[in-house]
Design a protein around this ligand. Sequence first.
Ligand SMILES: O=P(O)(O)O[C@H]1[C@H](O)[C@H](O)[C@H](O)[C@@H](O)[C@@H]1O
Ligand SMILES: [Mg+2]
Length: 283
Amino acid sequence: MADQWQEAYDFAVQVARAAGAVIRKAGECEIKVQTKSCTVDLVTQTDERVEKIIIGSLKEQFGEGTHCFIGEESVAKGEPCILTDKPTWIIDPVDGTTNFVHGFPFVAVSIAFAVNKELEFGVIYSCLEDKMYKARKGRGAFCDDEPIQVSDVKDIHKSIIISEHGTDRDKQKVKKIFSTMQKILCIPVHGLRGSGTAATNMCLVASGATEAFFEIGIHCWDIAAGAVIVKEAGGVLLDVDGGPFDLMSRRMISANNMVIAERIIKEIEIFDSVRDDAPIQKK
Ligand SMILES: O=P(O)(O)O[C@H]1[C@H](O)[C@H](O)[C@H](O)[C@@H](O)[C@@H]1O
Ligand SMILES: [Mg+2]
């Protein structure tokens, strides 16, 4: 059967690379910062501009109205965040916005593509490192066209685990986040890390640099592309309660294998997060 998504996959790589160049250029100038859900949930004109460039390029290539789009900044402006069976692009134009504002060198363009609610491919361009991660369902994962695969570590005591504290500063949630981190650190593991971008964190799992990344509070656009890349690199994806991975649930764990995943899950103190696809509350 004709491979109907190869052209879209190749085009997504081109668009991600071009978007990364725009981000790098914008980082050389003064960055005007605004906030979204709270004072530390940052957004810049670059996030919005890059999302418009990405969606505009995809619409031009594939036609208006044939594909659907879930973009971080479009959703922030009230667009629906509902995954249907239609071909859908799930986009984080600047993952690691806080890093971008501070010049902390991990900023990623994350572009995923789903059909019939199945993730077909994911592309993550770590634009300050100039590293292009990509994967198509059933065809392996790559960094700069070199195959990548998860680490073979099964002993939790020999692992590095990535966790992020996110942008929520609710004291009860922060307490659970740090209590979880403390319990994991004192297993003990070799170390805890966090790049500040979920997409990059998942690439670090996929490339074997760390054994797991989990987070409660992320969004579908932060993790959709990384989910394909981790899975195609031989890793596993689960809900933080050990259930099946749920893209819209705002929580997940990605790991190199089930042994590590299940050991980490034991320590995670879960707190509620409103689903990405929850009905929009009328103000
Ligand atoms: O930079 P964002 O696109 O907003 O996404 C990040 C989020 O804001 C928060 O910092 C999370 O901890 C990150 O994992 C996520 O990528
Ligand atoms: Mg973002």
